[in-house]
Design a protein around this ligand. Structure first.
Ligand code: SAM
Ligand code: SF4
Length: 335
């Protein structure tokens, strides 16, 4: 059914139902991960960011149109002043089955319990290494203790799901795959291994040379563990396996080796209010203009979301050898 036939649903030209919105709460971050940002980043002027109320309004409208999962991400979402308000408001929405967050964990020791209380069900925490000096290098000066304390606090708060995200780079952290596996297995949490995506111009390393494929990661893991395809696939880009028939699940996000566009159910809202229809393409709609032009009526925002479906591209390809065609960085994209 086309969206025009049922205006309560977001369905694109290829019949894909959009049910998942990722909101970038800020493009700013307290870390500078080498694959995500350049050393000298220009951030969006604060007055151009969506206000917390505007984020809530767009999230609420999306849920009224059939979105049942929202992830708050960034930049580092937990560095945005007052962000808890957004979680608290969205957490009350009828029809929203899953309210989730992706964080670097640096602020999580104090935020884990309030997030759980606000209705956050699942949490993704980024951790690429267990070695303090490497963490410092990969994040350009981050402190691993803070993220580890954040993980402990999340486990204590008792979320329905806790998953680590690890971007694997050859010769930087690929030798830690088995250590990371041991870390999650011991804590009965999950992990996704991610192939680096060519978003934004970086000079710190060559993305082609650092490429470490999901197939290589799986082969490394299988030297010591069994991986069984999990029945719990989420419909997202991660492909999940059960580790040693135990509690931990291992996901693989493989934008280079396994394209995931045909099942794409997601849209992204940047911190300045651009609705991005595809991670790897620039098709977008300026929702900030619409919410500011129509502060008291919902219909223009609803129409904009429904009409945006006609712009969602069929898919994208990433290249390991070409310079990126996408100049926006992952922190602006709402990764
Ligand atoms: N700051 C939070 C964090 O690090 O979890 C949330 C935002 S961050 C952009 C979301 C995820 O994107 C992180 O897991 C990070 O590792 C991943 N990421 C950032 N840049 C990437 C890139 N170029 N390729 C693949 N993943 C990337
Ligand atoms: Fe910050 Fe997350 Fe990007 Fe690292 S990956 S620089 S923590 S936004």
């Amino acid at each position: 059914m086309k969206s025009s036939q049922n205006p309560k649903l977001l369905i694109d030209r290829f019949g894909r139902k959009v049910s998942y919105l990722r909101i970038s709460a800020t493009d700013r971050c307290d870390l500078r991960c080498v694959y995500c940002m350049s050393e000298e980043m220009q951030f969006v002027p604060r007055e151009q960011l969506l206000t917390l109320e505007e984020m809530i309004r767009i999230g609420t409208t999306a849920v009224s149109l059939g979105v049942n999962k929202i992830r708050i991400t960034g930049g580092e979402p937990l560095t945005r002043t007052g962000i808890l308000q957004v979680f608290q408001a969205l957490g009350k929405l009828e029809g929203l089955d899953d309210l989730t967050v992706t964080t670097n964990g640096s602020q999580l020791a104090r935020f884990a319990q309030p997030l759980k209380d606000a209705g956050v069900s699942r949490i993704n925490i980024s951790l690429d290494t267990l070695q303090a000096d490497r963490f410092k290098t990969l994040t350009r000066n981050g402190k691993i203790e803070k993220t580890l304390a954040g993980i402990d606090a999340a486990i204590k708060a008792g979320f329905k799901g806790i998953k680590l995200n690890a971007v694997i780079l050859k010769h930087r952290n690929h030798d830690e795959i088995l250590d990371l596996i041991q870390f999650v297995e011991h804590r009965q949490i999950d992990i996704s291994f991610i192939e680096e995506m060519p978003l934004g111009l970086i000079s710190e390393h060559d993305r082609g040379e650092s490429y470490y494929s999901s197939d290589q990661i799986k082969a490394d893991i299988r030297q010591q563990h069994t991986l069984t395809k999990s029945l719990n696939q989420t419909g997202g880009p991660s492909r999940y396996y059960q580790l040693n028939h135990g509690a931990s699940h291992i996901g693989f996000i493989s934008p280079h080796s396994h394209n995931f566009c045909d099942q794409c159910n997601r849209i992204r809202l940047t911190a300045e209010g651009r609705l991005l229809l595809c991670l790897g393409k620039e098709h977008s709609v300026d929702l900030r203009r619409i919410v500011r032009a129509h502060p008291d009526t919902q219909q223009p925002l609803r129409d904009a979301l429904i009409n945006a479906m006609a712009l969602k591209p069929e898919g994208h390809e990433f290249s390991l050898t070409e310079q990126p065609v996408i100049f926006r960085y992952m922190n602006t994209t709402g990764g």
